[in-house]
Ligand binder design. Structure first.
Ligand code: SDX
Length: 435
């Protein structure tokens, strides 16, 4: 606990209130206002939660000013270059990187749960072929609660662990199925002799007529994309998962809620929106048109935003964007696409924006979504699938955060209050008397 306090005084003469100030291991302190309403009959007011800590967590730490991101204390730069996605899954779920023995148990456990129930394919048939993959994924992930009734009890830690393995293992299969369905190709079954990322790429790009030998550089890039998207503190979709699970619903339903929230262009949908933005600028004339686009992005009267730029927490360069740009160089180099016009356009746009006071004064820098689309497009991933891959990678973070919340003996159902600005009490007027 703490002996540090914060005192709130009221200009209307109400008695002042003293609140404890709680320190984290690193990062901002919090003022513990849980007693505020009981003592004052007043709420705090913080739409968008710019100054609100919704929970305590030991999973991910972000220093937005320094541009620092730690998963369980490990810098993202080290994990992205010295670990792999399943090691990061073990780290996020259980608190540390796996030992050799733990790795020998965890990896096959995931590998052996990559197949989905055969009935799942009939669920897909209900969609049009041109359905957005995130609509399909929202449906499929929610439907998993109907296929795995033996692991839906949120209060049972063992069942939560089984559903965690099932979700991590099956998301690549489901995303690949959503893709194959959209292009009218048969589904490819996962293989147990492939790594996590290679298995996904094979399910995406192999056909019964021709196998797919994943390129090691591209597999490494895909695995790194998974690592970079695995968790990110209390972002909108993670907060959605926590709120959804706080009602006691099953893990699959809570993760489906996270998928739905991530879809938005202000959040995980930004990678798709960013690539479409680059395509639009390219169609209109490329680098020569950047100035015109930037002017629109700065114009309050236009709804245009520089997608892939800005962040609620990062007021410096998103460390994931730096790593994603490095991955761009690696992948484009490996594929002989070093002169990829979209990559060059993205770098030119970034340079011009970072020299423009509008972006500099608002501390708007590239975020994880700015370069991820270019890498995924080079690998052969269709634009509409980018956010589904973000959801695939973030599933482990959502589960880890859900587990942390449910394991906290103090957790309650989330139920914020409001500042009411509507009509005061009034009586119903008979229709004949309504003016
Ligand atoms: C993700 O939270 C997370 O951690 C999310 C995420 C994760 O891993 O989970 O990191 C993933 O969602 C990354 C963000 C992806 N979204 C985008 O790239 C979409 C474009 N970015 C913006 O929509 C915006 O920057 C947000 C939504 C990301 C952040 O919005 P905030 O924190 O609410 O900031 P704001 O909208 O209040 O912006 C502050 C100012 C405003 O101008 P003023 O009112 O001060 O004049 O900056 C402007 C905004 O208009 N601004 C932009 C801009 N982003 C902010 N102007 C032009 N282009 C932009 N991209």
């Amino acid at each position: 606990m703490t002996d540090r306090t914060a005192t709130v005084t009221f200009s209307d003469g109400s008695p002042s209130i003293v609140f404890p100030v709680l320190p984290g291991t690193i990062g901002p302190d919090v003022i513990d206002i849980r007693a505020l309403y009981g003592k004052t009959g007043k709420f705090t007011y913080d739409p968008g939660f710019l100054s609100t800590a919704s929970c305590s967590s030991a999973i991910t730490y972000i220093d937005g000013d320094k541009g620092e991101l730690l998963y369980r204390g490990y810098p993202i730069e080290e994990l992205a270059t010295r670990s792999d996605y399943l090691e990061v899954c073990h780290l996020l779920l259980y608190g540390d990187l796996p030992t050799a023995d733990q790795k020998a148990r965890f990896y096959p456990l995931v590998t052996r749960h990559t197949m989905v129930n055969e009935q799942m394919q009939f669920f897909l048939r209900g969609f049009r072929r041109d359905a957005h993959p995130m609509a399909v994924m929202t449906g499929l992930v929610g439907a998993m609660s109907a296929f795995y009734p033996d692991s839906i009890n949120l209060q049972d830690a063992h069942q939560r662990d089984i559903s965690a393995i099932r979700l991590i293992a099956k998301m690549p299969t489901l995303v690949a199925m959503a893709y194959k369905y959209s292009v009218g190709q048969p589904y490819m079954y996962p293989r147990n002799d492939q790594s996590y990322a290679a298995n996904f790429m094979r399910m995406m790009f192999a056909t019964p007529c021709e196998d797919y030998k994943p390129n090691d550089v591209l597999v490494r890039a895909m695995d790194r994309i998974f690592i970079l998207h695995a968790d990110h503190e209390q972002n909108a979709s993670t907060s959605t998962v926590r709120m959804c699970a706080s009602s006691g619903t099953n893990p699959f339903a809570a993760i489906a809620a996270g998928v739905a929230c991530l879809w938005g262009p202000a959040h995980g949908g930004a990678n798709e929106a960013c690539l479409n933005m680059l395509y639009d600028i390219q169609r209109q004339g490329g680098v020569a048109k950047i100035g015109e686009f930037i002017a629109k992005a700065k114009d309050k009267n236009s709804s245009v935003k520089l997608m892939g730029f800005g962040h609620r927490v990062y007021k410096n360069y998103d460390p994931r964007a730096k790593l994603m740009r490095e991955t761009c160089y690696e992948v484009l180099g490996e594929l002989g696409l070093g002169d990829d016009p979209l990559f060059k356009l993205a770098m030119a746009l970034e340079k011009i924006a970072l020299e423009d006071d509008y972006f500099v004064s608002r501390k708007l820098y590239p975020n994880v979504d700015y370069y991820s689309g270019i890498v995924q497009k080079a690998i052969g991933i269709p634009v509409q699938l980018f956010t589904a891959i973000f959801a695939l990678a973030r599933t482990v973070g959502w589960i880890a955060q859900l587990n942390e919340m449910v394991s906290d003996p103090e957790y309650k159902i989330g139920r914020p209050r409001q500042l009411y600005t509507g009509a005061t009490r009034r009586e119903v007027v008979p229709l004949a008397q309504r003016g």
